[in-house]
Design a protein around this ligand. Structure first.
Ligand code: ATP
Ligand code: MG
Length: 774
């Protein structure tokens, strides 16, 4: 252990070897918070703390796995296995398996993923005869999710006139009823959704003091990574469990709190000292991850936030390269820049693909990057898209397995009752649902007792329903003796699923077959792994739990040497040699939806801070002049965040004229989708016609000089800005002639609304728009 402790600096060592008592480590990015947690667990074990008594909560299951592996290297494999380590969801799902019966849930309860939850809500909205354009499933889902994460139960909801009024104001007066029906239906189906895993844990610990006491006694040492992003529900669980021994260690960075939109509460970190007695507070200041330029850039950005704790972050690492800012013409062009830079850097510096990551604000941005990487044959992987387990064919197979384990599972049943087709139509299914609601039985039990339930279904269909039940019952019998793999293979063959996929000879059909095969391989590995552990547990139930809680981040498939593509939210805690942050444009990043209040904007800025601090050696920021969004070509402006970086840390490249002028290089649109070209062509053609001679300069709207951050001393608007008045006629290099309608903002943020002769009215930041007053 001594050897490992010498790998920590003094500031890191102190919290690592403080065995007892509450403590909080607040520190900037890359300062070794996660390393301290890891080493601290190993240290506790070396001091005789039983590994069964330690609970560590991480942001992803992957992070938990890596932590466990590292600890195993230090203390040995055997003991590390006993640690309780994982995300809040996975750890408390396990506890609910043991204890859920107190709340009336079977131990084999199903976990509904977001897709299942939304489907159920959609069906409730339909059954209630509500307008689905007003009661939009996704909105209803996020509303109910936020109630749950704030611990507002159905009962609490109906006692809260403010909430009811807010929903009524949003034209959804029947939210409460939907909420109630949804909760009842989940309960009846023996199912919990993601939020229930936390809400029900809270219920369990509150209503059953004996259960609480038992887990307080078990988890004598609790450690939480990324504490700044815990929501209220998670906070209460930790607090309840830690209350007896108060051996709690939380680490976090207020500057990296990026999940407020999902209910994370930064006050959890700020109030920690009030929650426990004699809290020891530690700070880490030295960043080990990034170059001086990256640390400097990140610090200068976060300085712009008003709400923050004072923190110092410095590094002894090399100065390194400046942050490169690159301007592209379109998203396709941006993708090409990323791909060619990766390609060249890889060659020049002898790097691997997994030294690179591309981060973006929204998932939709990945497409253009993917296209460009594919063209260059650079392997990549998208993290956090539709996870493998959420694909249709995979969900179909797992729905059968879920139904075998828990035949009350309504969503699983609806998924497979007529897939593959058995001639059981939607009307029949709707009638079954009504009968189930009226009798209080599950749909499966209604079908089982079809002869004794008053229901308008003809005999032919009744027979089909009986056949379906017989099939599922036969699987249940098999499940009593067979292992999960044999069962799953049998199900895919005898249910007709494989036949159905085989019928579809398209390449997509073949891929779906491969995926099912891959799932079976996965189950096989899982079963074999369990046999090694001599764990006689219910392999099918455990496998399904892993599946339900797997995020794409956790699944390690394909070529391990790949460029990582993901949203910034997902990149939290990770590090890469070279990081591209793409789409650095106003309305995209910061997002248009997050600019209404200071706190929203500050959260976007923290997100940018997270993004920048993922980079070890080099960070690139790219923005485009125009981008296709929602099927339209939108003019883009560089993000304000670019300007916020202290200029000494950035290098704004001068793009080659030719490369950015579609007139000179028509192939620039080659890989743009056909419907996009339709948008692009008239626009460029128009400019061409108007001022053919000035073509080459056309796309130099903001010369690098103009874009260079206005330094603190020259914050005042340039003389040009003050001269412009409403009514002026101006010429814009791209949009042509127009009239100034309005001027707003101040300092470097002055915007002018201009009505151009081509019909468009645009708001332009004067700082960037090169306008000529006529
Ligand atoms: P984040 O805020 O992004 O989660 P963090 O504070 O958790 O970052 P770590 O991921 O623990 O930081 O550490 C950042 C990097 O610095 C890792 O590669 C880690 O191995 C390395 N590191 C941390 N402390 C030391 C040290 N004392 N000596 C050498 N390397 C270190
Ligand atoms: Mg960390």
């Amino acid at each position: 252990m001594e050897k490992y402790l010498s790998q920590l600096n003094e500031a890191q060592l102190a919290p690592t070897i403080q065995v007892n008592g509450p403590m909080i480590i607040i520190a900037g990015a890359g300062s070794g918070k996660t390393r301290v947690l890891t080493y601290r667990i190993a240290y506790l074990m070396s001091k005789g703390v039983d590994s069964f008594n330690i609970l560590a909560l991480t942001f992803t299951n992957k992070a938990a796995k890596e932590m466990k592996e590292r600890i195993a290297q230090i203390v040995g494999d055997g003991e590390a296995k006993n640690l309780w380590m994982g995300t809040f969801h996975s750890v408390f799902a396990k506890i609910l398996r043991f204890e859920g019966h107190h709340l009336g849930f079977p131990s084999n309860f199903t976990i509904y993923d977001t897709q299942d939850s939304q489907k159920l809500m959609g069906s409730i909205i339909k059954e209630m005869g509500l307008d689905k354009d007003i009661y939009k499933t996704k909105q209803v889902y996020s509303r109910i999710s936020s109630y749950k994460n704030s611990l507002i139960t159905v009962k609490a909801y109906f006692k809260n006139p403010e909430l009811m009024e807010a929903d009524a104001m949003a034209r959804r007066p029947r939210m409460g009823e939907i909420y109630k029906e949804y909760v009842d239906r989940c309960f009846k189906a023996g199912a919990m959704d993601f939020d229930d895993l936390l809400l029900r844990t809270n219920e369990l610990l509150t209503r059953f003091p004996n259960v609480l006491a038992q887990y307080q006694d078990k988890f004598r040492y609790i450690l939480v990574d990324e504490y700044q992003d815990t929501n209220h529900s998670q906070y209460l669980i930790v607090r309840a469990l830690a209350d007896r021994f108060q051996n709690i260690c939380v680490v976090g960075d207020d500057a990296q709190s990026i999940y407020a939109f999902r209910g994370a509460n930064i006050n959890n970190i700020l109030n920690f000292q009030k929650d426990y007695d004699n809290v020891k507070m530690y700070r880490l200041e030295q960043n080990y991850r990034s170059t001086k330029n990256i640390v400097g850039a990140a610090n200068s950005v976060i300085e712009h936030n008003k709400t923050k704790l004072d923190k110092v972050v410095w590094t002894a690492n090399d100065v390194g390269e400046k942050v490169i800012v690159h301007r592209a013409l379109t998203d396709g062009d941006e993708g090409r820049y990323v791909a060619s830079t990766i390609w060249e850097t890889k060659m020049n510096q002898q790097l691997n693909n997994n030294d690179f990551a591309v981060l973006y604000r929204t998932n939709a941005q990945s497409r253009a990057i993917e296209d460009a990487l594919r063209k260059r044959d650079i392997p990549y992987r998208i993290y956090g898209g539709l996870s493998f387990y959420q694909r249709k064919e995979i969900k179909d197979v797992t729905a059968y397995l879920r139904l075998i384990l828990n035949s009350a599972d309504e969503e699983a049943l609806k998924r497979v009752i007529n897939y593959p087709g058995r001639g059981i139509g939607q009307t029949t299914i709707d009638r079954l649902i009504v009968a189930a609601n009226q009798t209080g039985k599950t749909i499966y039990d209604v079908i089982k007792d079809i002869d004794s339930v008053p229901i308008n279904i003809n005999n032919g269909t009744k027979n089909k329903l009986r056949d379906f039940v017989t099939l599922i019952e036969s699987y249940k019998v098999m499940n009593q003796t067979a292992n999960a793999f044999d069962l799953a293979e049998h199900v895919t063959k005898t249910s007709g699923l494989i036949r159905e996929l085989n019928k579809d000879g398209t390449p997509e059909g073949v891929t779906r077959m491969d995926n099912v095969q891959e799932l079976l391989n996965g189950i096989k590995d899982f079963v074999e792994g369990q046999m090694e552990l001599a764990d006689a547990g219910d392999s099918l139930a455990e496998f399904l739990e892993d599946v339900a809680l797997a995020t794409d981040m956790d699944a390690d498939k394909g070529d391990p040497d790949h460029v990582a593509l993901m949203t910034i939210h997902l990149a939290k805690g990770l590090e890469f040699g070279h990081v591209f942050i793409v789409g650095m444009e106003e309305d995209l990043f910061p997002s248009a939806m997050s600019m209404n209040t200071r706190s929203e904007l500050e959260e976007e800025r923290r997100l940018f801070y997270v993004a920048l601090t993922r980079a070890e050696k080099q960070a690139y920021l790219t923005y485009t002049l125009s981008r296709y969004r929602w099927g339209k070509l939108i003019d883009a402006e560089p993000s304000r965040f670019i300007e916020e970086i202290d200029e000494q840390f950035v290098d704004i490249t001068t793009p080659l004229k030719e490369r950015f002028n579609p007139m000179l290089d028509p192939s620039i649109f080659d890989d743009v989708e056909p419907n996009r070209v339709r948008f692009a062509k008239p626009k460029t053609a128009k400019i061409k016609k108007k001022e053919p001679k000035k073509q080459p300069e056309k796309f130099q709207i903001s010369t690098p000089k103009k874009l260079k951050p206005v330094s603190k001393t020259e914050k005042a608007p340039s003389s040009f800005d003050t001269k412009l008045v409403v009514g002026d006629t101006v010429n814009h290099q791209r949009f042509g002639r127009g009239e100034v309608m309005k001027i707003e903002g101040s300092g470097g943020d002055i915007k002018a609304e201009i009505k151009f002769q081509n019909g468009a009215t645009k708001k332009l930041l004067l700082r960037f728009a090169k306008l000529e007053i006529l």
